[in-house]
Design a binder for this molecule. Structure first.
Ligand code: 2P0
Length: 320
């Protein structure tokens, strides 16, 4: 009746922004991501016949804010008539700051919850359940390069390339550690309803996915870099043109972009991507990782650096 699972956050290279069904939390577009290795969320779920309510501890402290979303996810995984659960979560990176903490949290919760409830679920079912909790979480079920497709009335995830087949590195430049002002779920809806660019975003996404998928298959770093930066800046253009405007960047975010441009100018194989937060993720070939990390660390406003390779999908740590 208890299980622990570990999952890594993922970074989208072709972004998920917008929903086609808010009730079932179905994305309006497909996406392609890379799962990280060094950042993790460990989630322990214990169903307890004596407990009268679910409880949640995040990094050692009780957390009532996230609990309803986690409880609802466990209801879908284990059934609404399940026993109440003690949930314990531990992450080694800032939460809700644009580092995909909900992706690793809900991927780990879905896997741990299913096992604790003694259910053996396929990846397709786990993806559907994790995706209902958080769209990006479905991608953290798998490792390396992962595609999330809109398939029929649901979603499907598949691994495009294992980490060892194209071992890229990601340098995360942290420019702010506080939680973001507007959560992704709310921000996506603001964009869908108000951004004049939203419709063309939907129309162009299949093309961007095709280019990225093909670049990954050919290990063509330059082509992947160009489409990933383009797709990222398109997503932020939608946000900036929303009403109210959604600007997640700070001054250091922009400086990090300039640093990446300078590195590219000096011949480094690196590109940037930015999610719904002010952090900059620089994706690079391993031979450039140290130079990329040093340049970003020296960029004014950067408060910390994290370096990660590509990792594997969500998995059980132990169970009883
Ligand atoms: C992504 N993001 O593809 C995009 C890029 C943020 C920017 O997926 O509403 O927390 O819970 O399904 O999964 C963040 O969205 O959103 C996200 P919900 P989620 O990584």
């Amino acid at each position: 009746m208890r299980a622990t699972a570990i999952a890594q956050p993922n970074i989208a290279l072709i972004k998920y922004w917008g929903k086609r069904d808010t009730e079932r939390n179905l994305p309006a577009v497909g996406s392609i991501s890379i799962t990280l290795r060094e950042l993790y969320t460990r989630m322990h779920v214990e169903f307890d016949a004596d407990a009268v309510a679910d409880s949640l501890q995040v990094n050692g402290a009780p957390d009532a804010t996230m609990l309803p979303r986690l409880s609802a996810c466990l209801d879908r995984v284990a059934g609404g008539d399940r026993l109440r659960a003690r949930i314990t979560s531990e992450s080694n990176f800032p939460i809700a700051a644009g580092l995909a903490s909900s992706a690793s949290a809900f991927a780990a919760l879905t896997v741990a919850g299913a096992h604790a409830a003694q259910k053996t679920l396929s990846i397709a079912t786990l993806a559907s359940l994790a995706g209902q909790a958080s769209g990006s979480a479905a991608r953290s079920l798998l490792g390396g390069f992962v595609e999330l497709e809109n398939r029929g009335e649901d979603i499907a995830v598949s691994a495009l390339c294992e980490p060892a087949e194209w071992p890229l590195d990601v340098v995360v430049a942290i420019t702010e550690t506080g939680p973001k002002a507007v959560g992704s779920t709310e921000a996506m809806e603001i964009s869908r309803h108000t951004s004049p660019f939203y419709q063309s975003w939907l129309e162009q996404q299949p093309h961007d996915l095709d280019i990225a998928r093909d670049s990954i298959a050919r290990r063509d770093f330059g082509r992947l870099a160009a489409i990933a930066e383009h797709n990222c800046l398109k997503m932020h253009s939608i946000m900036w043109a929303s009403r109210p405007p959604l600007v997640y960047w700070n001054a250091a975010t922009m400086r990090c972009l300039q640093t990446v441009r300078k590195l590219q100018g000096s011949g480094a194989d690196v590109f940037f991507t930015i999610d719904a937060g002010p952090q900059v993720k620089a994706v690079c070939l391993p031979e450039h990782t140290q130079a990329v990390a040093a340049a970003l660390r020296d960029t004014p406003g950067v408060v910390d650096i994290m370096i990660s390779g590509l990792g594997s999908g969500a998995r059980l740590e132990n169970a009883r």
